[in-house]
Design a binder for this molecule. Sequence first.
Ligand SMILES: Cc1cc2nc3c(=O)[nH]c(=O)nc-3n(C[C@H](O)[C@H](O)[C@H](O)COP(=O)(O)O)c2cc1C
Length: 215
Amino acid sequence: MTQPLADMRRDYTRDGLTEANAPVEPFALFTRWFEEAVKTEQPPVEANAMTLATVDGEGRPHCRVLLLKALDAQGFTFFTNYESDKGRHLLANPFAAMTFFWPTLERQVRIEGRVSKVSHEESDAYFQVRPLGSRLGAWASPQSRVIADRAELEGLLKATEQRFSDGQPHCPEHWGGYRLVPERIEFWQGRSSRLHDRLNYRLIDQAWQRERLAP
Ligand SMILES: Cc1cc2nc3c(=O)[nH]c(=O)nc-3n(C[C@H](O)[C@H](O)[C@H](O)COP(=O)(O)O)c2cc1C
């Protein structure tokens, strides 16, 4: 290793997060931070990439990176294969957590809540704007299943291309969106000497309560 892990650190000095510049509800703050991340983060960082944690039926956590594809007053939406591992976890335990990390801005946002499937119409509307290759991939790939080799996947894709030779695949029943409806959203702004700002919003009796957490 070129640099010992114990010596790898960065001091965060870019910005602060105070109660005075944070709104009383979290969606407006998330939208502001997200727009700043889209403007500021440079490729290969994708501002809408986040880590999604799910818990399986035996209480074991699993996480993976996904893309946030919609945000509205109802919640945070991502798309995936309903028969994937994460789909099975969400069936057993419909709660999840998302973490966004915007390194240039020295920011992290953590979102936790209940997850449910969006309507098939909503999934289909998004499916139809995906590139053809992604739409065919959603049909071809049995996400999270063991496959023999790359050739098996390519064979599955070839068969899918033949099935949809008109170039118009519709949205499969096993693929679609999930919406996480947040109960907690925490905004973390890195500060110097590890004295970071953490504003945590919790939904209590339908109203957002804000509190500051120690770093
Ligand atoms: C940058 C990035 C974006 C990704 N976006 C998605 C996505 O939007 N939907 C998805 O199903 N998988 C996405 N993946 C793949 C997932 O991380 C994961 O491999 C896949 O969903 C299977 O997860 P599971 O076996 O836990 O269900 C993405 C991976 C990366 C690195």
